[in-house]
Design a protein around this ligand. Sequence first.
Ligand code: SF4
Length: 288
Amino acid sequence: MNITSQCSLADPALERASLRPDCSSCFALCCTAFGFARSADFAIDKPAATPCPNLDQDFSCTIHDRLRPRGFRGCTVFDCFGAGQAVSQQLFAGISWRDAPDSRPDMFAAFKVVRQLHEMLWHLAEAQEKTFDADTAREAKHLRLVIEDLASGPLPGLLACDLEGLHTAVRTNLVGVSEELRAGYFAAGTDHLDTALQPGADLAGTNLSARKLCGADLRGACLIAADLRGSDLSGADLLGADLRDARLDGADLAAALFLTQPQLNSARGSSATLVPPALTVPPHWREE
Ligand code: SF4
């Protein structure tokens, strides 16, 4: 583990700052490693492990400032949690897949694994920051240590790591934190007892506008195109919830739990949407 990792482990907020994408230090791994299919999100088919035709020689995107009008909405939603620069600069020492073509399979495979590990780190940092339970905080910190070690290499251990086992351990910690924090909202007369508001619920297109959804457990819920305008989601668990095209104008998500940047990017909001301090308002919200 490097010095930066040790410092960030002591400070979850610092770690979350390091889990933001830095495209200028990345060999455009998201534009290369992943494949995509022609759809509402992508204007073309692209197989995995091939460069997107819009990728320039310097790893920049030639249509960066007009992705949505050109039919590449999916590119404005994706977020690598800082995996791109970590793989490019740390694991592969700043030598690109163009300069060393033989490194492509390992580099692309590593990117897919590190992205998942970094997303776990993002959530664990939030868990450690928000829990009031010392044992839970210690467990979150321990998991962060294990995952940081794996993510920083060496490569064979990284590529062989038990991702499913790690997902299970992380999920257990997050669920504990979620239950602890959501319990604080249960006496406040919110709508969390609504039986429709359950983990994994299919709430696609549902009108949930102007509701008090404080402390609701919406983990893994399908909220595609749901109307959440003007709703209060303080303390609502949104881990893995599908928010594509959900209406968030005027919604209060500032204290929502386990919300990520790609979830926000996929939704429709406005300057009247309150987002958690660790996240940013997607630029395309201002254009819609
Ligand atoms: S359109 Fe641009 S951002 Fe999207 S995959 Fe292609 S090069 Fe990358």
